[in-house]
Design a protein. Structure first.
Length: 359
């Protein structure tokens, strides 16, 4: 962790569990202005780790018979995904990103539209929308009306937040509660997570770090985005949690205590998906696997927001876990082809993950 800090990360904190042993640590600062140190118990925006929580809430409704996993989304939300696409795209395809629906974010944040073209992407929209209250239906429409990125069920799929905003609307349609209420009641409270929430406003309650966004060196020095209206991602990436809560959640999920064994088996059936970074990964239903030089496959999710990030991974047998949070994002500069250049932080984080997961 010291190596990650020396490589340029302002602050990071983690919890690692091995059987009954628990290790927590924190290195660096939560506030560059005051020098306030990070601590391992800070609450943090964990980005797309939210997707595991949303997927679990949907699968609970599948178990109860209110949602068909392989039913067309048009059966439930014909006004949002009309016609042939609504008939062809299933709930499963939304959860595992094989729907072919485009990402809405470049349309909601127009200065990012040509990303990763270094001549075109600019961070201006990040400031323009700091306090914008987005309507999820309008964001979904941007993704649905944009050119498709694939055919329904095609491989590889393409990772898209549009899918998970639709899942939020699906939960609302079948339960009569908002997606946030449904996920809170049936996932967060079921797991006994006391420091985890889907926030209604722009602020992180309780002790937390500032979140520094570099946008590939275009914001220099990096700017604090810890105060931000998260309605632009909602049930896709708005979750606030702690490293301890994340480890508790994934341990319970993989033990079959959040969804039943058959649902967990579905979550661990993977397909090939192109990530937002342009890499092809294996992706299940709100979970993805990581394999390294040590024993066993790890399951979990990573996530980023403007300025913050986290990764949570649990070994399939539940006997070893890692959750790591960082307070700087997009630290790499882009090369002439628009791809992020290698940065010392990348290698230092990879080494940390290896040690945390495999000893």
């Amino acid at each position: 962790m010291e190596d990650v800090h020396r490589a340029g990360m302002p602050g990071l904190f983690a919890e690692v569990r091995a059987d009954d042993e628990v290790w927590r640590g924190a290195v660096g600062v939560a506030d560059l202005g005051t020098g306030r140190p990070v601590t391992a118990d800070l609450r943090h925006r964990v980005g797309s780790i939210t997707k595991t929580f949303t997927a679990a809430a949907v699968l609970q409704q599948v178990e109860s018979g209110l949602i068909g996993l392989d039913a067309p989304i048009g059966r439930y939300l014909p006004q949002l995904v009309p016609g042939e696409r609504g008939a062809a795209i299933t709930v499963r395809m939304l959860i595992n990103h094989t729907s072919g629906l485009a990402e809405y974010l470049p349309y909601a944040y127009p200065s990012l539209k040509t990303f990763p073209d270094p001549a075109g992407t600019r961070p201006q929209s990040l400031d323009d929308h700091r306090h914008t209250r987005f309507d999820p239906v309008e964001l979904i429409e941007m993704g649905v009306t944009a050119p498709a990125v694939g055919v329904p069920g095609g491989a590889p799929g393409v990772y898209s937040n549009t899918n998970y905003l639709l899942l939020g609307q699906l939960l609302e349609q079948v339960t009569g509660a908002s997606a946030e209420q449904c996920i809170t009641r049936h996932v967060i409270e079921r797991a006994g997570l006391r420091d985890t929430e889907l926030p209604a406003g722009a602020y992180v309650d309780g002790p937390h770090s500032r979140l520094y966004e570099s946008w590939f060196g275009m914001i220099d020095p990096p700017r604090d985005y810890s105060v931000y209206d998260m309605s632009f991602v909602g049930p896709s990436a708005a979750l606030i949690s702690t490293v301890a809560d994340l480890n508790r959640f994934y341990a319970m999920l993989l033990a079959g205590e959040i969804v039943g064994p058959s649902s967990l088996e579905q979550m661990q059936r993977t397909t090939r998906v192109v990530s937002q970074e342009g890499k092809t990964i294996d992706y299940g239903l709100g979970l993805h696997p990581m394999e390294g030089p040590g024993e066993g496959v790890f399951w979990g999710h990573g996530g980023t927001v403007w300025g913050g990030g986290a990764l949570a991974m649990t070994r399939a047998d539940g006997r070893r876990q890692m959750a790591v949070a960082v307070n700087l994002q997009r630290w790499s500069r882009l090369d002439s082809s628009g791809r992020p250049q290698p940065h010392p932080i990348d290698a230092a984080l990879a080494a940390l993950f290896r040690v945390a997961m495999y000893g």
